[in-house]
Design a protein around this ligand. Structure first.
Ligand code: AHG
Ligand code: MN
Ligand code: MN
Length: 316
């Protein structure tokens, strides 16, 4: 006897049945995202083989224009989501302005098409991050209003992790059949593991509280180890599954850090908090920040509650 296998499609349909007024629009939107990221995944897999890296605007052997993978991923997402008719507004880290579509879609979708792009050419994991809101005239919504968010990791396996406000579930792509299967039901972030993930090369410009925190971690009785991949989505994914803390704080030269509120921080902070963790940007939960602009950057620490509280204890 086989264990019951649940596909992402089955899961989405089952979830939809819980909402009396569901029209199927959200399921269609998620299915579109699923298809788009499968296409991106297949390009990522070939990125070491085809001459596709770092060459926007140049041509490949067959005379086609070749594109950097992050630009290509952006186009795949924009094309698929535009055609789906379920989203009226799209906004991407790769586009200066939001795209307004003329349709009856119910949603606004924000995304970082490829996060960790500096890792592409060295064959290190990267991902796509997405954030979904209900339509609103004001596209600068606080993260608290997200109706769903998630990410896809292109690694040894391709994983699709999302939440629509009722916990976090992870699906792993079975490449032989091309289907995402529920592999990580109801993810809860572990509390105990001491992994900290900061780019410590910024020590010369870190603020005092971050320096004090890092020193304390290294001298603490609890055993800590350091991991930093440099793809936020992957560092946060490890934090979600193993516990610990990820941080890209503000520093003396970058008052808001570098990570983008709407494309990176809000969706990942939503996932971490749905899994029982904490996220913290300077004095508040990033989900409570009303953005002033689409590409706004914010400082962030997120992870297991105790670890984030520990960092906060160094802020006077
Ligand atoms: P992107 O590839 O979408 O531009 O994002 C890169 C980001 C993020 O993924 C990562 O955590 C951070 O840049 C790494 O920055 P540092 O090299 O300064 O550590
Ligand atoms: Mn990014
Ligand atoms: Mn990116």
């Amino acid at each position: 006897m086989y264990n019951k296998i649940v596909t992402l499609t089955e899961y989405l349909l089952k979830e939809e049945q819980k909402f009396e007024k569901a029209t199927g629009s959200f399921t269609l939107l998620m299915t579109t995202l699923e298809n788009a990221v499968k296409i991106i995944a297949s390009h990522v897999k070939q990125s070491g083989l085809v001459d596709i890296l770092g060459k926007t605007g140049s041509t490949n052997a067959s005379g086609d224009e070749v594109k950097k993978l992050d630009i290509l991923s952006n186009e795949i997402l924009v094309d698929c989501l535009s055609q789906s008719g379920q989203a009226q507004t799209l906004a991407s880290e790769e586009l200066a302005d939001a795209i307004s579509l003329e349709n009856n879609g119910h949603y606004m979708v924000y995304f970082d098409p490829l996060d960790g792009s500096s890792n592409i050419e060295v064959n290190v994991n990267i991902g796509t991050i997405f954030s979904i809101y209900l339509n609103d005239k004001n596209i600068l919504q606080p993260g608290r209003k997200q109706v769903a968010a998630g990410y896809i990791i292109y690694g040894p396996s391709v994983m699709f992790v999302y939440s629509c406000g009722q916990g976090v579930n992870g699906f792993t792509l079975d490449p032989s059949v091309g289907t995402f299967l529920l592999s990580h039901p109801n993810i809860i972030i572990p509390e105990e593991k001491g992994i900290y993930s900061f780019n410590e090369s910024y020590e010369p410009i870190f603020h005092k509280h971050t320096l004090k925190y890092l020193k304390d971690v290294k001298n603490s009785e609890k055993k800590y180890t350091s991991r930093y991949i440099g793809s936020m989505v992957v560092d946060v994914h490890r934090t979600l599954l193993k516990g610990g803390i990820f941080g890209y704080p503000s520093d003396k030269e970058r008052p808001d850090g570098i990570l983008r509120l709407m494309y990176e921080v809000n969706p990942l902070a939503y996932i971490i908090q749905q899994a029982g963790g904490l996220a913290f940007s300077e004095k508040k939960n990033p989900l409570d920040i009303t953005p002033k602009q689409l590409h706004q950057r914010v400082s962030i620490v997120m992870g297991s509650k105790k670890e984030v509280n520990h960092y906060q204890s160094f802020l006077s």
